[in-house]
Design a protein around this ligand. Structure first.
Ligand code: SF4
Length: 325
């Protein structure tokens, strides 16, 4: 009865949106970022080029066909295989969906193009806009989100503030936390300060509970997420859907600790925080890694950092060393 749909998916149950009909405006995987935690895998087309990636008329015809078939949902949501604001006519799709379906429309965007007035203008048609912010400076932005070289975090955040002033709908901010990368409380406080300056209506904390693009993108345990939520104003909601307490927490072992240290030197305290372990347990694993030569200790000021491997690993990690805190 119904033609196969190329640009719509669902409706799928969503914690934030109830039954949500997804609209996908980009081919897989076209994005301005290549986030280490992306559940879609690595970005194959990292671009800033805004164009009509899929024909707007085709998307609108599919919405009409879905409605004709009796389609019902609580929300229509622009999301999918990449960044929806890369589609040069996404604003028209939002307006069309709202008018034809009479349903609220949510735009789930990484926010990188909100420095552009034309993107902010088009996004105003949405009922809810969710933007992302998981870094506090250009260096951490490049580490966590691996942006297109033409992107600048400060300009992006300025665009968020401008949008907040212009937008009459609900503005939500999503902060994605990765164990040992951007989840240290001091860094979360820096993200929280930026988020507060934007004044969103709601703040959502998420973490890598689904398989991420990179194996070193560890989830933050539920109890730590809940504690970090209190650093935000207004207090954030931890929205990550942990399959269960047991499986959400990464089972710490030599392998997972070594994988983290390969990406970023950490102190024993930081390792304990990431994995929710007792410091004595950290000592046990780190002691074994030291004895077998897989990691070495490096003293920086009052702290002892553990660094993975030999000279090659250490020099590779040197570039992230400036992020140490
Ligand atoms: S912005 Fe979203 S789609 Fe793009 S790489 Fe990051 S998580 Fe994936």
């Amino acid at each position: 009865m119904t033609n196969a749909r190329k640009h719509l998916f669902g409706p799928v149950p969503s914690r934030r949106f109830g039954r949500s009909l997804g609209v996908d405006l980009t081919p897989f995987k076209t994005c301005t970022l290549d986030c280490i935690f992306c559940q879609l895998g690595r970005t194959t087309n990292r671009t800033l080029a805004r164009q009509e990636y899929v024909p707007t008329a085709e998307v609108e015809a599919e919405i009409d066909a879905w409605l004709k078939d009796g389609g019902k949902a609580d929300y229509i949501t622009l999301a999918g295989s990449g960044e929806p604001t890369l589609h040069s006519r996404f604003g028209e799709v939002i307006r069309y969906a709202r008018e034809r379906a009479g349903m609220p429309v949510a735009l789930l965007s990484n926010g990188t193009l909100f420095a552009l007035p034309e993107v902010r203008e088009a996004a105003q048609a949405a009922s809810v806009v969710k933007l992302s912010l998981s870094a506090w400076d250009q260096d951490s932005f490049e580490h966590v989100n691996r942006p297109h070289p033409g992107l600048n975090l400060a300009r992006m955040v300025e665009g968020y503030r401008a949008f907040r002033r212009e937008f009459q709908g609900k503005l939500w901010m999503e902060v994605f936390l990765i164990g040992g990368t951007n989840s240290v409380p001091r860094d979360v406080e820096r993200i929280a300060a930026l988020v507060e300056s934007i004044a969103p209506d709601e703040i959502h904390l998420n973490t890598a509970v689904r398989p991420p693009a990179e194996e070193f993108a560890f989830p933050v345990p539920r109890r730590e997420m809940e504690a970090l939520a209190g650093l935000f104003t207004p207090a954030a909601k931890a929205i990550a859907e942990f399959p269960s307490d047991k499986s959400a927490d990464v089972a710490a072992n030599e392998g997972t600790i070594l994988a983290m240290l390969r990406r970023r030197p950490c102190t024993a305290q930081q390792i304990a925080g990431v994995f929710g372990m007792h410091p004595n347990e950290v000592s046990k694993y780190v002691g074994k890694l030291l004895r077998t030569g897989k990691v070495r200790a490096q003293t920086t000021g009052p702290d002892v950092y553990y660094v993975a491997g030999c000279g090659r690993d250490a020099s590779r990690e040197g570039s992230t060393g400036k992020r140490e805190r």
